[in-house]
Design a protein around this ligand. Structure first.
Ligand code: COA
Length: 263
């Protein structure tokens, strides 16, 4: 699969796909080609029945150091302006969030601007001790444009989100964990293993239940509480109609491991 990608590497082991953004000389900055490849890659992985979870990481010393500033500067001068760049990137990130499979960001280094926004579109973030998170856009006279002004306050609260966005300050991995931006911090050598073991735990669970849970959590967060609870009930009902739900409950009662089939 890697052969048809210029900027992405992919490996699938034990139903866990690891996608590595591989543009290390530019700290994996997101140009339009990288974003288009991410879209194509995640669409393919979503459709692949051999993949139950996805890990996203970066080659070298960065996860992703942001949108490609050369393209952003050029885009600002183009007729469609920066809005077109934001709409494209944001759309791809939202498709990743709504993929129907769990996506874990293994944040190995700089996750800045668009890189932090990409990590936010993933469902879980595990950081290495070398990770640095931040939104330096206002230092460039910009604002986050790939969902950061919306996903960040939903995850860590408005006050802390505004502090990061308005100061442009970078924070280290322990601070990211302390404010809920990252789920855990591990030594660099253990990052992939930590992400993999979490992915494998998730892969053992009912895949349809996992997909419905992601949708209920991510989409419910944007709704008023009554509508969000109705959404949860709808998804609870939907999993109740699956063979996996019958298998999971039967296996519990028969004191054996469930054999989920994703149906
Ligand atoms: N867009 C385009 N190129 C980028 C980039 C970005 N967001 N971030 C880094 N690069 C490039 C640098 O231009 C440099 O390329 P060069 O070797 O051809 O000059 C290369 O990646 C290495 O970066 P460099 O700045 O030399 O590394 P550093 O260790 O001194 O600094 C950072 C690392 C992350 C602090 C610094 O690269 C940086 O501030 N990047 C921009 C972060 C940002 O503002 N992101 C939001 C963009 S909207």
């Amino acid at each position: 699969m890697s052969a048809s990608y210029e900027f992405l590497l992919v490996d699938v082991t034990d139903r866990v796909a690891t996608v590595t953004i591989n543009r290390p000389d530019k700290l994996n900055a997101l140009n339009a080609a990288v974003i288009a490849e991410l879209d194509r890659m995640f669409t393919a992985l979503a459709a692949d029945p051999g993949v139950g979870a996805i890990i996203l990481t970066g080659a070298g010393r960065a996860f992703v150091a942001g949108a490609d500033i050369i393209e952003v500067a050029a885009g600002a001068a183009s007729p469609a302006g920066l809005e077109a760049i934001a709409t494209f990137g944001s759309g791809v990130f939202t498709r990743i969030e709504r993929l129907g499979k769990p996506v874990i960001a293994a944040v190995n280094g700089f996750a800045l601007g668009g890189g932090c926004e990409l990590a936010l579109a993933c469902h879980i973030r595990i950081a290495s001790t070398q990770a640095k998170f931040g939104f330096p856009e206002t230092k460039l006279g910009l604002i986050p444009g790939y969902g950061g002004t919306q996903r960040l306050p939903r995850l860590i609260g408005q006050g802390r989100a505004l502090e990061l966005i308005l100061t442009g300050d970078l924070i280290d991995a322990p601070r990211a964990v302390a404010i809920g931006l990252a789920n855990a911090v591990v030594e660099p050598a253990l990052l992939h293993e930590a992400a993999c073991s979490m992915a494998l735990v998730i892969c053992k669970n009912g895949p349809l239940a996992v997909a419905h849970a992601i949708t209920a959590v991510t989409q419910g967060a944007d709704l008023p509480i009554d509508a969000a609870l109705a959404l949860e009930a709808e998804h609870f009902g939907a999993v109740g109609r699956t063979a996996d739900m019958r298998e999971g409950t039967t296996a519990f009662l028969e004191k054996r491991a469930a054999a989920f089939r994703g149906t």
